[in-house]
Design a protein around this ligand. Structure first.
Ligand SMILES: [Zn+2]
Length: 490
């Protein structure tokens, strides 16, 4: 019965999820309902439309095919090999590699630096992002020695660019992937268990999730088309209704979204979206979205960017769209360097980096420090005071108050080890180590620490018992001696 209710509820939720985030208009609920019927009509039309219809051929003219894109990525890799590496995070349903360009002065190496990612072409029929992202990579390659902002991105961060997460959808000129699944509804959802079955997850989605388990991204954005707005979490609401639904970092997300819209040629001038930004659920709620999953499960602040009113404009509009979005793309990627509090966490006894946690008083969100360098990168709105706390199991937490200016701030934490019983109890509960020798050594340490006081008491009691016994025996000897003396003749 529970299962049946779940299935029915999921079906009910899946209906609005067919609506575009990054496509059809948002706005009022009635518009949103209309969009649902529009989408249904569009779907029927797509089914009737031949993939090689003159309309589709004309639309694709001038755009990179998937083969062209692969060649562009590899050409870039050869041309800019000193600051990049090319890798694939997996394959689409039809076996197209999901190529990534990593840009950094030490590509492929782990450093104590923040990482940012751009993902384009989430929806197959929104190809502007893949064109812009190839231009972005090449522009960085051509300008990193002369442009201070670009140089800073290359030297102090790792920028990963995935131009197309949905090459099959692009080839088919449709929103979903080869199985017609909307990839921006395919992630596990925080409110409703729509996509929790790992066996039904699309390979493109699974590839992104695996990617985020391997690289600790601080910030991110996906590129869509069909509107002009920077969209931020939450995308979904707990009650399934359309209204503003803020995540714990609402202020920071508004700041990041504004960074994009204000740097854009005309996004912030929008009459539909004040300042060119919107809360996702306020626009229209969706479930299984990539940005909510990034923030919740990967510690990554992700935006959904609608970069062009026209989903699939004529190719000769791309240079203009690039000019409109260029500074936005650069400034957002640089936001992981230019804002927030950054630093490292160390152990005071050994000096080793600690993979601890950073929390901000009043914000229910935790940012993890890296395992290799103990580095953390916590994005925050500039010009505010914050109480920053570093914690690590087995160590005493430390808190400090900072006044964040207009630029990023560096704060390192040196944590002292706990020396009480509590330390050992805490470390044991957080320890996943399987090695028997270290476990037994650890167990002995804990056992000894836990029972030391008991041993001292037992030893004192033993001494007391022995002394008392000795005293008693002396006393009785004295008495016997006295008795014997009294029996002796005077
Ligand atoms: Zn989209």
């Amino acid at each position: 019965m529970k299962l049946l209710v779940g299935v029915l509820f999921s079906f009910f939720l899946a209906l609005p999820s067919a609506v575009a985030r990054g496509g059809e208009r948002g706005g009022t609920l009635s518009e949103y309902e209309n969009d649902r019927s529009n989408v249904a009509t569009t779907k029927a039309r797509v089914l009737l439309e031949d993939e090689k219809s003159p309309n589709k051929i004309a639309r694709a003219r001038g755009y990179m095919t998937n083969s062209d894109l692969e060649k562009a990525v590899k050409d870039f890799g050869r041309r800019c090999s000193n600051i990049s590496r090319i890798y694939s995070i997996g394959e689409s349903v039809n076996g197209v590699p999901l190529w990534v360009i990593e840009i950094s002065d030490k590509p492929g190496e782990e450093e104590g630096e923040p990482a940012f990612k751009y993902i384009g072409n989430v929806h197959g029929d929104e190809p502007v992002g893949r064109e812009l992202l190839i231009r972005l990579a090449n522009w960085i390659c051509d300008n990193h020695l002369k442009d201070p902002l670009v140089r800073s991105i290359v030297e102090n961060s790792h920028l990963h660019i995935l131009p197309s997460i949905n090459p099959d959808g692009f080839a088919l000129q449709r929103r979903g992937n080869a199985k017609n699944i909307d990839l921006n509804r395919d992630f596990p959802d925080q409110f409703f268990p729509l996509n929790d079955d790992i066996h039904t997850r699309q390979p493109e989605t699974a590839a992104v999730m695996k990617w985020l388990s391997e690289i600790r991204f601080t910030g991110s954005a996906t590129l869509h088309g069909g509107a002009l707005v920077a969209n931020y979490p939450w995308d979904g609401t707990s009650d399934g209704r359309k209204h503003y639904y803020s995540c714990p970092d609402d202020d920071t997300f508004r700041f990041l979204a504004s960074t994009y819209s204000q740097s854009h040629r005309n996004m912030s001038l929008s009459t539909e979206f004040p300042g060119g930004i919107t809360n996702g659920a306020f626009w229209y709620p969706i479930y299984g979205a990539m940005q909510d999953w990034n923030y919740i499960h990967a510690g990554c602040f992700e935006l959904t960017l609608e970069v062009s009113d026209d989903k699939w404009p004529m190719i000769d509009e791309i240079p203009t769209l690039w000019e409109h979005n260029k500074m936005s793309l650069l400034n957002l990627a640089a936001s992981v360097l230019k804002t927030g509090v950054h630093g490292r966490i160390f152990a005071s006894d050994s000096g080793t980096p600690l993979p601890g946690f950073i929390t901000i008083k009043g914000i229910n969100y935790t940012v993890n420090a890296g395992r290799a360098f103990g580095d953390y990168h916590r994005l925050l709105v500039p010009g505010e005071r914050y109480e920053v706390m570093a914690t690590m199991p087995g160590y005493k937490s430390k808190m400090t108050t900072i006044s964040l200016g207009e630029t990023a701030m560096t704060v390192d934490f040196i944590l002292d080890p706990e020396t009480t019983t509590k330390r050992y109890l805490w470390r044991t509960s957080g320890c996943n180590c399987g090695g028997s020798s270290s476990s037994s050594k650890f167990g002995f340490e804990m056992f000894w620490t836990l029972h030391f006081e008991v041993y001292v008491v037992i030893i004192i009691l033993l001494f007391w018992f022995l002394i008392r016994r000795r005293l008693k025996s002396n006393l009785s000897n004295d008495k016997q001696h006295a008795a014997r003396s009294s029996l002796l003749p005077a």
